[in-house]
Design a protein. Structure first.
Length: 123
């Protein structure tokens, strides 16, 4: 089971996630066969304007949701094994599925582990 907890993350972790999501030098998405990631923000409608996200607007959306106090679930990742990840789910645009995002703090960066509007099995 990959779930570590269902409690709220600390204010320190939340602020660090926000800081890194806002700073283009500290956020990343890199596909690696050993750590497969789905990051397709341009295929997801922004619920604030019903237009597709750009890479930049997706990161800002994540930061805005964190700033507004969205729920964040701490999980243990399968890849890379035993590292912590942070899962978030947000309402999608009208008649669209919810938005699912999983990130991890890696070194000095924030990395996307998953981002989709389709239901995702997290175990």
């Amino acid at each position: 089971m990959n779930q570590l907890s269902r409690f709220e993350i600390s204010a320190e972790i939340r602020l660090e996630l926000i800081r890194r999501a806002r700073d283009k030098k500290l956020r990343s998405f890199e596909f690696d066969l050993d750590e497969p990631v789905v990051w397709k923000p341009t295929e997801v409608l922004n619920p604030n304007c019903d237009l597709p996200f750009t890479d930049i607007s997706a990161w800002h959306f994540i930061a805005e949701q964190l700033e507004s106090g969205c729920s964040v679930e701490v999980v243990t990742l399968r890849k890379p094994p035993n590292e912590l990840g942070y899962e978030m789910r947000f309402p999608g645009a009208l008649r669209q599925p919810q938005i699912y995002v999983k990130v991890r703090l890696h070194g000095k960066r924030i990395e996307v582990e998953a981002s989709t509007t389709a239901p995702v099995r997290t175990t």
